[in-house]
Ligand binder design. Structure first.
Ligand code: FAD
Length: 283
């Protein structure tokens, strides 16, 4: 990562089908031409048996075939220490030295005892091998399980103090909530770089998922766009991309440390956005 320019990174998820996997390789090849500072690969919770064919496989491709630093997501609520050590060794074998340490979303199944919170995993990884760069998740609009902002910040600070080198935010659509969050981090002496997670909303399924699962507030301006264009594929895509560009221009102008683009495995969207913002990253 260069120190004199802002970070631009992408996130992809491992698909569940063979055709999806073939397409993801093409997507990654295409994303490489945009020279991101890193590409992160998500990991579903409780994915221990399959992690070699999903997160590790694609992170390996990014890191060693494309020669772009890869970040492997690692949700550990359903892992024990021995399993995490095995995964860390497999990542080291592939020279993947960046991990997004997560608790992960909780299902009805009982969690294991070793990593009840992400901070337990952050500390464990740093104690095991402090040459790993450890990133953590954060929530400008508060994590949905937090009782209030005070407790959210208390535990975020604990996570950073456990050894988080950088933070990546949950997606948000109102930059003011990010600036407010940044300011509160500074007051709490959470001084690690914070990368802003931006998701271009370009189709109706995304909208429905957002409305169902996400506690991120949707600004009136954003809702107006969704309502007006939700049944017009092209117009919704164009408006969603324009909205994301608008957010990024504002964030970069305000000197955000980095932009982490949730690509949803869509290289075309990343290219459209990149075409409008790339010069800002080296300004
Ligand atoms: P934590 O930091 O552990 O926080 C979870 C909750 O517990 C918060 O409310 C926090 O305030 C609270 N808390 C923390 N410590 C304590 C404590 N000691 N005592 C009491 N309460 C505490 N999920 C996946 O499954 N796979 C992914 O690949 C993935 N990638 C993500 C990428 C990003 C950038 C983000 C923002 C999220 C991602 N998630 C992913 C979602 C994430 O797993 C969920 O949001 C999950 O609910 C919380 O994970 P966390 O690591 O933030 O948890």
């Amino acid at each position: 990562m260069t120190s004199n320019s802002k970070i631009l990174s992408f996130e992809v998820f491992p698909p569940t089908t063979q055709i999806g996997s073939t397409n993801l390789v093409k997507t990654l090849d295409s994303l490489r031409t945009l020279s991101p500072d890193f590409i992160s690969v998500t990991c579903s919770n409780n994915n221990y048996d399959n992690i070699g064919d999903t997160t590790i496989k694609f992170a390996d491709y990014v890191n060693n075939t494309l020669d772009i630093p890869a970040v492997a997501h690692l949700p550990a609520a359903y892992l024990d220490k021995a399993q995490v050590i095995e995964i860390l060794e497999r990542l080291k074998d592939k020279q993947i030295k960046k991990i997004l340490a997560l608790r992960g979303d909780i299902s009805d199944e009982p969690m294991k005892d070793d990593f009840k919170f992400a901070s337990d995993l952050v500390k464990f990884i740093k104690d095991y091998d402090d040459s790993f760069e450890v990133l953590g998740a954060c929530y400008p609009d508060i994590h949905p399980e937090s009782v209030n902002r005070v407790s959210d910040f208390h535990y975020l600070k604990e996570k950073v103090d456990a050894g988080c080198d950088r933070l990546i935010t949950q997606l948000f659509f109102d930059n003011d909530s990010f600036y407010d969050f940044q300011e509160r981090c500074a007051i709490a002496e959470i001084n690690t770089p914070i990368f802003a997670g931006i998701m271009p909303v370009i189709n109706r399924n995304q909208i429905l998922r957002l409305l169902k699962n996400c506690n991120t507030p949707l600004p009136a301006k954003f809702i107006r766009i969704l309502e007006k264009y939700e049944h017009n594929l092209i117009a919704l895509r164009d408006a969603g991309i324009a909205y994301a560009i608008d957010q990024i221009v504002d964030l970069v102008t305000e000197d955000v440390a980095g932009i982490h683009l949730y690509t949803m495995n869509n290289a075309n969207t990343a290219h459209s956005i990149h075409a409008s913002i790339s010069s800002l990253f080296t300004f």
